[in-house]
Design a protein around this ligand. Structure first.
Ligand code: NAP
Ligand code: GDD
Length: 347
């Protein structure tokens, strides 16, 4: 199987400011890529996760090139793609929160479904030979038709987000078949890290438990503790994205650990690492339940392991430990800031 020489290849990342965008940027820079990213203008900075790449004191030249744009704005995408002529384009941009997609279904579908189509059209027009990665999701399996879920498992989405991702999946596949574009769908199961957004359940739990430990918070309010997810480490998952675009043929792949755990187990493990009895601190709030839930996700990534040679490096317990350690540091800093400002006020 031929792996293309990545030296001086050019990549464009949509969603570069998100969890996966930051890990993927690191990976591509380490492989010698010239990395470009689309960012949205916001009233305050939203580039915290990639600051260290942009302003690296050891590498004074700019390694990241950022361009303003939006998945809903085809003309800006077309202009950037036409100017850069990327070898690889990764679409990680999305309204990615499932619960929020029930509150903002139209917006979610616009960005996640229509936005992908707008991007595919811009690529077809401006750089049809670019290799394309679409960030598909295990949420597409929804009310699962078989266990474990693999590439051939039928979709049964249970949220506006899931429906939007199914549309984007089929559009990507269709552009591959209709126009011969090198377009791949990664069907990624949940992946987490210390850079995970704070309203996703894993980070919400590690953030809350470490703040409770440092005396900064008294309790945490959660929803369904019985839902089961196949949780992996984001750093491992971006490697799979890259591998998909290095193959001779464009295909779709499931990326998962092959283990499933409940939210309750995640809570127990996190609080246990901090010597806290979770039952004293976890409260249930109906606000965090979803109108329709995905009860069980468990992926079979045999194809990715066999054809891509993809491997996991971080286990479920190691992942939680990594997140707890990072959030403990954050909570300690927060406590110190709070204590010193109290001292200044008392002086
Ligand atoms: P994330 O942290 O929520 O990041 C989402 C990114 O999309 C952010 O950079 C965000 O920019 C950008 N974005 C949002 N709306 C946009 C728009 N209209 N135009 C351009 N960019 C836009 O998500 P993630 O966890 O890194 O996930 C990356 C992708 O993988 C998403 O498509 C997600 O749906 C999918 N996925 C994630 C998982 C997972 O477990 N993490 C699993 C399967 C699939 P701002 O910073 O400006 O908001
Ligand atoms: N967010 C959140 N907050 N979820 C909670 C809470 C809570 O307080 N309490 C329980 N949960 C349950 C949810 O009901 C769900 O069953 C599970 O925890 C995981 O929720 P999230 O962490 O929000 O992730 P998700 O599985 O809905 O979606 C994530 O994974 C998908 C892949 O399957 C996102 O990253 C999606 O973008 C991604 O596609």
């Amino acid at each position: 199987m031929e792996i293309h020489n990545p030296k001086s290849k050019r990549a464009l990342i949509l969603g570069i400011t998100g969890q996966d965008g930051s890990y993927l940027s690191e990976l591509l820079i380490s492989k010698g890529y010239e990395v470009h990213g689309i960012i949205r203008r916001s009233s305050s900075f939203n580039t915290e996760r990639i600051e260290h790449l942009y302003h690296d004191p050891h590498e004074p030249h700019v390694r990241l090139n950022l361009h303003y744009g939006d998945l809903m704005d085809g003309s800006s995408l077309r202009a950037v793609i036409s100017q850069i002529q990327p070898d690889e384009i990764y679409n990680l941009g999305a309204q990615s929160h499932v619960r929020v997609s029930f509150d903002q279904p139209v917006y979610t579908v616009e960005v996640d479904a229509l936005g992908t189509l707008i991007l595919l059209e811009a690529i077809r027009d401006a750089a049809p030979r670019a290799r394309f990665y679409q960030a598909g999701s295990s949420e597409m399996f929804g009310k699962v038709r078989e266990v474990p879920q693999r590439e051939a498992t039928p979709f049964y989405p249970r949220s506006p987000y899931g429906c939007a991702k199914v549309f984007a999946h089929w559009q990507t596949l269709n552009y591959r078949e209709a126009y011969g574009m090198f377009a791949c769908n990664g069907i990624l199961f949940n992946h987490e890290s210390p850079r995970r957004g704070e309203t996703f359940v894993t980070r919400k739990i590690t953030r809350a438990a470490t703040r409770i430990k440092e005396g900064l918070q008294e309790a945490v309010y959660l929803g369904n503790l019985e839902a089961r997810r196949d949780w992996g480490y984001a750093g491992d998952y971006v490697e799979a994205m890259w591998l998909m675009l290095q193959q001779e043929e464009a295909q779709d792949y499931v990326v998962a650990t092959g283990e499933t755990h409940s939210v309750r187990e995640f809570v127990e493990e996190t609080f246990g690492l901090l010597d806290l009895d979770w039952k004293k601190y976890v409260r249930i709030d109906p606000r965090y339940f979803r109108p329709t839930e995905v009860d069980l996700l468990l992926g079979d990534s045999t194809k990715a392991r066999t054809l891509l040679g993809w491997q996991l490096t971080v286990s479920f317990r190691e992942l939680i430990k990594m997140m707890v350690e990072a959030d403990r540091k954050l909570a300690r800093r927060e406590r110190l800031v709070k204590e010193s400002s109290a001292m200044i006020q008392g002086a």
